[in-house]
Design a protein around this ligand. Structure first.
Ligand code: UD1
Length: 342
């Protein structure tokens, strides 16, 4: 019998790629998603890639009774990957209560159900946002965390602490938090990818939409930072590579090879790329020019961050594979596919 994994937020951007990778190595996947930032068609696309249709239920994890019933009707789940969360930094400033409630209470409900229904393993989606603007680069897992820049970022920082404390007193629970740097790109099939609603906040969807003619111009937020070309530096990680890190984390928990019952890892490439570098690499990889202009800095942006991935490399045995150029090409292929561009 295949091992059963629950993926919350499994129709979302990173979640859908993780479902594909889990199914590829034989896990039976059940998805819970409230479709607040994704569509049910993603399940069809996952089936097209994998040849397997994951289980799928639509509800919000704040519906505790419903979640309880889910675990009763789906016994034998060995692990959960908890992706489901709100993730728009700017919106979180406008709606802090909605962010704290959704992101924290959903995690608490999941943890309650894990104890009650004897689900021993959890992989949690965290973010490099927990580091704020670090004093030293690259950031290691022990780099001191800074105060969060936004309610969204704070939900990730608090979630990590919550997890640590809950695991501490629940010997039956094991958890791994993965601190993602900047996930970009799409599945090579171009059947799944990032589907932002409305105007994209994130860089790469804005670039691909500008290249596709949907947006007139990309605004680059600042060229007066203390970086090689003045634009901000991030560690852009391919979404399929990132998805694979989740499979490794799940296997580590299921096979009891974790060293501590709560562990956390940086998941990035280890390389910083500036906004201008990303734009120019995109242009070179795709042959499409991106209309851009330099504008003022965006409030809350940090200057520079990239990962030290030694822990993920040596302890998890995971390493990013895809180049920035190939990853940007995959993002463009996805954009072309959904816009019917030849
Ligand atoms: C942010 C969050 C991160 C979160 C992610 C998901 C912080 C510090 N980071 O990442 O935790 O997981 O969003 O939504 O809160 N840029 C432009 N023009 C644009 C868009 C972006 O120049 O139109 C620049 C930004 O200034 C930044 C870089 O591109 O330097 C990346 O921005 P973005 O894709 O929004 O990600 P982060 O802000 O790094």
């Amino acid at each position: 019998m295949n091992r059963k994994v629950l993926v919350t937020g499994g129709t979302g951007y990173i979640g859908s790629h993780a479902v594909v990778e889990l199914q590829a190595v034989g896990f039976e996947v059940l998805i819970i998603d409230d479709l607040s930032n994704s569509t049910a068609e993603v399940v069809d696309q996952i089936e097209k890639i994998s040849g397997i249709r994951p289980g799928f239920e639509v509800f919000n994890l704040l519906e505790y009774e419903r979640l309880q019933t889910f675990f009763v009707t789906n016994p034998g789940i060995e692990a959960i990957i908890h992706f489901a969360a709100f993730k728009a930094v700017g919106e979180s400033v406008e709606k802090p209560l909605a962010y704290y409630r959704n992101n924290l209470v959903s995690l608490m409900n999941i943890l309650d159900c894990m104890s009650e229904h004897k689900v021993p393993n959890l992989v949690f989606s965290s973010s490099c946002t927990v580091y704020g603007q670090p004093d030293q680069l690259p950031v290691t897992e022990t780099t001191p965390k800074k105060d969060a820049e936004s309610p969204y970022g704070n939900t990730k920082a608090i979630s990590e602490e919550l997890l640590r404390d809950v695991v501490n007193v629940n010997p039956e629970i094991n958890a791994i938090a993965l601190r993602y740097f900047n996930p970009i790109g799409a599945h090579p099939s171009a059947l799944i990818g990032e589907l932002p609603r409305g105007i994209p906040n994130n860089l790469v969807p804005f670039i691909t939409q500008t290249a596709a003619g949907i947006r007139e111009q990309l605004s680059i937020y600042g060229d007066d930072y203390n970086t090689s070309d003045g634009s901000c530096v991030r560690d852009y990680i391919n979404v399929v590579d990132l998805a694979k890190a989740h499979v490794i984390a799940i296997n580590r928990l299921i096979s009891h090879t974790n060293n501590d019952r709560y562990e956390f890892f940086n998941i990035g490439t280890g390389n910083g790329a500036s906004v201008l570098e990303v734009v120019h690499t995109f242009e070179k990889a795709t042959g499409v020019n991106v209309n851009y202009k330099i504008v003022a800095r965006r409030a809350g942006d940090i200057e520079k961050i990239y990962a030290d991935t030694t822990m993920a490399n040596n302890v998890l045995g995971w390493k990013a594979q895809a180049s920035l150029s190939d990853t940007l090409l995959s993002a463009w292929n996805w954009e072309k596919k959904i816009r019917n561009i030849k």
